[in-house]
Design a binder for this molecule. Structure first.
Ligand SMILES: Nc1ncnc2c1ncn2[C@@H]1O[C@H](COP(=O)(O)OP(=O)(O)OP(=O)(O)O)[C@@H](O)[C@H]1O
Ligand SMILES: [Mg+2]
Length: 356
């Protein structure tokens, strides 16, 4: 296998980009709707911009139903998009099936939440990994080449000695080992980008760190661009270089992970951090204001709130928040830290009105 990254490509180079990515799922129409002009849709993802760079982890954080998995599936080209663009090394891509889809998959691989569901229970680890190597043309020419490639793949995910694992079935492995096999299978394609959709949330707490450390190690050794989807903002701080926060289908805040998690700007990010268990706060050393708790339910995505989608839950909402869609605004504390929140509008310009 030759998976050392292209020596000419600089670290930090943009691998994958989403520009104004939008996905609306049509809602199935009932009989009485046939006579009306209404075409309801779930506004799962609206106008999402994100950039994955070589050798960096970008975390995408948000509560259940905020659209994180939909973003990953769009980036993996598993769904057609309603709007926007996906660029791989600057080139616009929209692939549906066939050879173009396989070529895209070789460069952008996905890792799912449930490693048990993503591995076929009737096949051995050898079968899963061999298939990945063969599909992507990395199995070599001889049986010995294949065996070496299999050993190398398992070595990369620290399942050694390989002989102990190759002929096992998924149910004979622990959850953490299964997720390592799923990662090895993704690496069999020699990808440039990994889209990891909650890769540790189904694992025991005790082994989560091991998998995150493995992904970090792979990021460094193979210069991978990683999208790390999670609802656990604390793990984003530990693991990701950049953090993006999503609420009800829209990006609300972004910046380097340290800044977003230590000095959150958007009231929703503050709410997320405020609801994560933190030993300092339990000890009474709190900097999260009482009014930042933002009680309430996530909104309907069929008829999302006008203006800022967070305004019905926002403890500091202003009148304009219910009518004007907030644009990303620089916070000014650290370069690249932004929030889509009118609290940070100092100019009063750049207002985009949305129909209510
Ligand atoms: N195939 C689909 N058809 C219709 N609606 C969908 C489909 N997939 C997702 N949705 C809706 O889109 C919204 C976003 O879902 P998504 O799975 O992307 O959220 P998520 O942030 O990954 O949530 P979780 O943390 O629970 O995994 C939800 O309201 C969901 O019901
Ligand atoms: Mg999800």
């Amino acid at each position: 296998m030759t998976s050392t990254p292209d020596a000419k490509a600089p670290a930090g180079e943009v691998v994958l980009e989403a520009i104004g990515l939008t996905k609306h799922f049509p809602v199935r129409r009932r009989l009485r709707d046939l006579f009306s002009q209404r075409h309801d849709a779930v506004h799962a993802v609206d106008d999402v911009h994100l950039t994955l760079r070589r050798g960096q982890v970008t975390a995408l954080v948000g509560e259940s139903g905020s659209g994180k998995s939909t973003v990953a599936r769009l980036l993996a080209q598993l769904y057609p998009r309603t709007g926007g663009d996906i660029r791989l090394h600057g080139e616009s891509t929209a692939v549906k099936s066939g050879a173009a889809f396989r070529r895209y998959c070789a460069r952008v691989q996905m890792i799912f939440q449930d490693p048990f569901a993503s591995l076929n229970p009737v096949h051995t680890i050898r079968y899963h990994l061999t298939r990945s190597l063969k599909i992507h043309g990395h199995a070599g020419r001889t049986a010995e080449d294949l065996e070496n490639a299999l050993h190398e793949l398992l070595g990369r995910v620290h399942l050694t000695p390989a002989e102990r694992y190759l002929d096992k079935f998924p149910h004979e492995l622990s959850g953490g080992q299964r997720q390592r096999v799923a990662i090895a299978r993704a690496l069999g394609a020699e990808p440039e980008a990994l889209l990891a959709d909650e890769p540790v949330s189904m694992l025991d707490v005790s082994i989560r760190l091991g998998i995150l450390n493995l992904l970090r190690d792979l990021k460094e050794r193979l210069d991978l661009a990683i999208l790390y989807i999670t609802h656990d903002i604390a793990s984003a701080r530990y693991f990701a270089d950049q953090t993006l926060v999503m609420y009800a289908g829209r990006m609300v805040e972004g910046g380097d992970s340290e800044t977003v998690t230590q000095s959150p700007a958007h009231p929703y990010t503050r709410l997320l951090i405020g609801s994560a268990p933190d030993p300092d706060r339990l000890a009474g050393d709190t900097d999260v204001l009482e009014e930042d708790r933002g009680d309430g339910e996530p909104p309907s995505l069929i008829r999302p709130p006008s203006g800022c989608r967070f305004h019905p839950r926002c403890p500091v909402a202003m009148p304009r928040c219910s009518t004007d869609l907030p644009v990303p605004l620089e916070i000014g504390d650290r370069p690249g830290h932004w929030a889509a929140c009118w609290l940070y509008d100092t100019s009063g310009t750049e207002v985009r009105k949305v129909p209510s």
